[in-house]
Design a protein around this ligand. Structure first.
Ligand code: GSH
Length: 205
């Protein structure tokens, strides 16, 4: 069960991190339900499951788990489609999932948030350019980010890179851009995206 805000503003609807979990479930064919949790009033139930008061979090039997990274890895343990079973492939999928979160998103979020707020001379600019450049350098020799095939690491990395300002910065990095375009063209992503948009659209009715 994925707990998802009942509503978010229009702009982020296709981007809020629930989509990472939905994409994993769609790709691996894992059954999942979504249950709404109030966006405006983060009550005690929410805090009990996600102590920072954010989303996503999920419930699987008696396991409740928060943070999109651990949630994704939890789902990945259920399916070889998401996580290779051979130790080398698994190590690669793990390292690139964490690199997406802790090396790329760690820089990209403050960078695009400051951009949205109109900050000039964003201090992370060089850092961001360098991170994207390094990623771009590994991609011409591989179609997927890890393990020579689609894995959970592609879900993480693609979602970090497809944020509009980040995607815009990949304009001249053709291999990187092709990677993101290729991942979001996958049917499981499209289904997850459509489901998420429909969930929030319902809140407007
Ligand atoms: N590191 C967290 C970040 C979670 C996060 O930023 N969630 C957003 C939605 S995508 C949120 O709940 N924002 C509202 C808030 O922070 O109050 C994760 O990956 O799960």
């Amino acid at each position: 069960m994925i707990w998802i805000y009942d509503w978010v503003p229009d702009g982020p609807r296709g981007y809020v991190r629930y989509i990472r979990l939905r994409w994993a479930c769609e790709k691996a064919g894992l059954d999942y339900d979504v249950k709404p949790v109030s966006f405006k009033d983060r009550g005690p139930d929410h805090i009990a499951n996600q102590p920072i008061g954010q989303g996503p979090f999920l419930q699987d039997g008696d396991i409740s788990i928060f943070e999109s990274g651990p949630c994704l890895l939890h789902l990945a343990r259920k399916s070889e489609t998401l996580m290779p079973r051979d130790p080398k492939g698994e190590a690669e999928a793990l390292e690139w999932t964490i690199a997406g979160l802790n090396t790329i998103e760690m820089v990209s979020v403050p960078w695009w948030v400051m951009g949205l707020s109109g900050t000039k001379d964003i201090p992370h600019e060089d850092w961001m350019v360098s991170r994207l450049g390094r990623l771009h350098a590994v991609l011409p020799v591989r179609e997927w980010i890890a393990a020579i095939r689609f894995t959970v690491a592609d879900i993480m990395m693609s979602n970090v890179l497809r944020m509009p300002k980040v995607l815009n910065a990949t304009q001249k990095l053709r291999a990187l851009r092709a990677y993101v375009d290729g991942t979001v063209a996958l049917p499981a992503f499209k289904q997850a995206h459509a489901n998420q948009k429909a969930h929030f659209a319902k809140a407007d009715e």
